[in-house]
Design a protein around this ligand. Structure first.
Ligand code: ADP
Ligand code: MG
Length: 226
């Protein structure tokens, strides 16, 4: 994953490469593959099983939704073929300069509580992990917690519990509770990986869907040091 980006002279890994890396370190992700035509996307979807999600695959586009580059809940081949064309059209219009590799085809993950795990490098503290709830919780309320790498199990546990939205992870008015031990495991895996791979500059698992019996990264972005 890292080598293919380096060979290309890129520091930003695509979603496909980033998820490949996550898989290597034992973090569950959606199944994902690259399609370079609508026909190929349909064939891959049929193999995966519906519903599927299609996303633009471009090393130049990090915010795929903003480019009209994400279509979820596609139920049949017809919808997949249409989504492929719509994504291509929208992305070419909005980012005419972007190099588009094709469209990634992935299985649609069951809805869960959306969380975020991030890693950035602070000039003073070095690698730092961030934890938060997805969507408005992080964008509007900045409800996130931080710890310096390497994390202990206790750090991981504390950073999950100290966000204001923590009650949502315990199950709130009928929403499914998240398995906090599994979320701690994810934080520890990212921490260990960061520690032993200094050439990783940034990681963004946004979102991860958390369930009572697991968690799965549905989007991922990894950035390498120059
Ligand atoms: P962006 O580059 O805009 O962050 P994402 O890959 O995060 O794009 O997709 C946008 C949203 O679509 C996600 O926040 C999530 O809610 C939903 N989504 C993306 N991929 C999947 C998937 N495989 N299964 C279910 N929902 C998904
Ligand atoms: Mg995302």
């Amino acid at each position: 994953m890292i080598n293919s980006a380096r060979k290309d002279g890129r520091t930003v890994l695509t979603e496909i490469e980033s998820k490949g890396l996550l898989k290597e370190i034992g973090i569950p992700t959606t199944q994902i593959d690259l399609a370079t035509s609508d026909k190929e996307a349909v064939a891959m979807s049929e193999k995966l099983g519906f519903p599927v999600v299609l996303k633009v695959a471009s090393p130049d586009i990090s915010h795929k939704s903003d480019a009209g580059g994400v279509k979820v809940g596609l139920k049949n081949g017809h919808e997949v073929a249409n989504a492929y064309q719509e994504i291509m059209k929208s992305v070419k219009q909005k980012f005419p300069q972007a190099k588009i590799e094709g469209v990634s085809v992935q299985n649609m993950a069951r809805a869960g509580t959306e969380i975020i795990i991030g890693m950035t490098k602070d000039a003073q503290f070095g690698p730092v992990l961030m934890f938060g709830l997805g969507g408005v919780w992080v964008e509007v309320l900045k409800d996130v917690s931080f710890r310096i790498v390497p994390l202990t199990r206790r750090d991981a546990s504390e950073m999950i519990k100290e966000i204001r939205g923590y009650p949502l992870l315990q199950g709130y008015r009928g929403t499914e509770a998240a398995n906090v031990t599994i979320l701690e495991d994810l934080l520890l895996k990212v921490s260990e990986f960061t520690e032993k791979t200094p050439e990783i500059k940034e990681m963004d698992l946004n979102p991860i869907f958390a369930y009572k019996d697991g968690a799965i990264a549905v989007d991922a972005r990894v950035v390498l040091e120059n």
